[in-house]
Design a protein around this ligand. Sequence first.
Ligand code: GN1
Ligand code: MG
Length: 361
Amino acid sequence: MTSDSTAGPEHAARQFATEGEFVGLRAHVRGHIHDTYVSTWTCGDGQRRYIHQRMNDRVFTDIPGLMHNIELVTHHLQVGAKDHSGDMTVLRLVPTRHGHPFLQHRSGPWRTYEYIDNTESFDRCESTDRAFEAASAFGGFQARLLGLNAMDLRETLPKFFSSPHRLEQLGDAREADVMGRVSTCRSELDFVSAHATEVGVVEACLAANEFPARVVHGDTKLNNVLFDQDTGHARCVVDLDTCMPGYSLYDFGDLVRFTAATCDEDEQDADRAGVDLDLYDALVAGYLESAAEFLTPRERELMPFSARLVTLTIGMRFLADHLSGDVYFKIDRPGQNLDRAQVQFRMVEEMERHQERMAVR
Ligand code: GN1
Ligand code: MG
């Protein structure tokens, strides 16, 4: 069989308005959804790099809507950046050579970003300083997007942040039981049932106008912040796929879920799952540094609850995907989504145990 070079990632990468002569391209393993590559180009005496992503159009069925949101958000941040000094950089999309924000290629839809040099990202948080920086970066990201009308953004993944919706999806997956796995997940399903009364709290607050829906990042994992290699300061917030109307505390809750975790998201020994309270304190302080001005008193009060709710909710998503045959989150080994769910649920238990300690005053 002959391989067709016009179907490959290099061919896709070459269709964008990059600068210089192509040198090479390599896979960049990141995230559970898209396929990511980095390309290198020579330009004068120097080199330039770009990030290319083949977007997952089974998950994101509305790619034009997704790219519309990213253009709107990056444009809003770039305009705002002129008034804010500070060392934060905004992600820059590179259009195709025909001026489109993404490429409809034989191998799927692709987009390209400028690579941000001299930065690094982390899957685990090693210090309270780093936790503070990340939380302040995400809080600042929300603050800078307050002026963007949330209704101008398309809800590309309907009800994405809704915990009641995630509970319903888990119920559907359990009902269908396509893989025959329900009988092996009884304790996880019981854990969720025991928490079912908590899933509607945020929707009730929104309905009662205790706080408004606002634009959120929607995936505030530590590795979605790029840190400057020299100064250690946060430089850029990346992965704008889930920038949609939501509730601000989703971002705070997801930050705690990932960054204050005592183990990896897919740790196989759930006994290692917990919350590092020093990291938690640093996340609270960092987030409040940039978000305190716009949070309502009720939101402030619900900060620790949001950490439990988002962790539970993402646990329900992992469990639903395990029951459905791992069709959404990529896996490297069988049972990985169940491990992910178990880690989330154990973290919820640990956060319940430390409820008093985690209160934000
Ligand atoms: C997915 O692909 P990645 O890692 O950026 C997911 C998030 C989850 C996260 C859990 C579009 O993000 O919602 O919180 O996995 N993204 C989407 O690690 O579903
Ligand atoms: Mg993401």
